[in-house]
Design a protein around this ligand. Sequence first.
Ligand code: KG4
Ligand code: ZN
Length: 344
Amino acid sequence: MTVLGIETSCDETSAAIVRDGKLLSNVTATQFFHAKYGGVVPELASRAHQQRIVPIVQEALSQADLTKAELDGVAAVYGPGLVGSILVGLSFGKAMALGLGVPFIGVNHMEAHILSNLIEEPQPDFPFINLTVSGGHTQLVLVKNPFDYQILGETKDDAAGEAFDKVAKMLGIGYPGGPLIDRYASRGNRSFVKFPRPYLEEGSLEFSFSGLKTSVLYYLKRIGFNSAQRKVMELNPEGLDEFLSDICASFQAAVVDVLVDKTTLAARRFGVRDVAIAGGVAANTELRERMRQAGEYFGLRIFIPKFDYCTDNGAMVAMVGFLKMQKGRTSSLELTAEPSLELT
Ligand code: KG4
Ligand code: ZN
């Protein structure tokens, strides 16, 4: 069974082919031009998806050495995400399925992030705990089986990736903030400023990053940092680089401490040995390292997809499409985009 998966929920146009559970190709075009606006501009994102969707799908077929006539199903994300962006991939996927006379499979983007852990070996055994950390979500889930999820905790305000992006903006270092903060933090001192760790009530599996973000803002205000000029008093370029590295390391340490502690707590509370992380923030160097260390300490097996399958990608959509099709869970062509779709 060969399934094409299409992802266009935000600023990545991506297509991939899965045949019998094995990934044959995954082609992604990232819309880097949003950087100059300091965030994703929805209208421009949809237009770019329109321009790229045909060549990206053709490239995914070509890299898999297949023609479209060999597809048994077409899967596309129908939410959550930016409605105009989702509509491009969803409408394209439905039209392609209709044209080829094969089933269409609507895919929940959050479910796809979780099951990105099934793209490559080794894979977690069910049940496993998954932490999805992306630009739009921070969610701890008990994954009992594919399609059977229990949400254990979510963010009450900003998503982890959103906090990275906003702090990067305050520091004037660019967009998207996650990879940039990650790079600065690698050279910084994580104890430079002791930012608060938002654990909430004792034993809580919920998250909140907005207060931490505000602490960074107040700290920068207090010392007179100007994000437009990226000047702290009279620092020379090396001094500025060191300062930014220390702030990034201190902020990142606070986020990672909370993510790692709550995820391992969930695993211990539910008696689960396998723990996975997914989503764009799972690309974070410190988070990956600290999860592995915590895994060793608590005797947990840690699974982290490779970078290409952490950020938005078609491979995870094709994989969910394949699994759903195997179980006969295909969708109607009347399926509409759901920008606020939840994991159920
Ligand atoms: O999953 P994703 O590609 O898109 C969404 O579904 O949101 O995640 C994007 C988010 C952005 O907020 C970005 O700053 C963050 O993932 N991100 C990172 C890193 N790489 C991407 N955050 C921290 N460290 C990274 N290395
Ligand atoms: Zn995502």
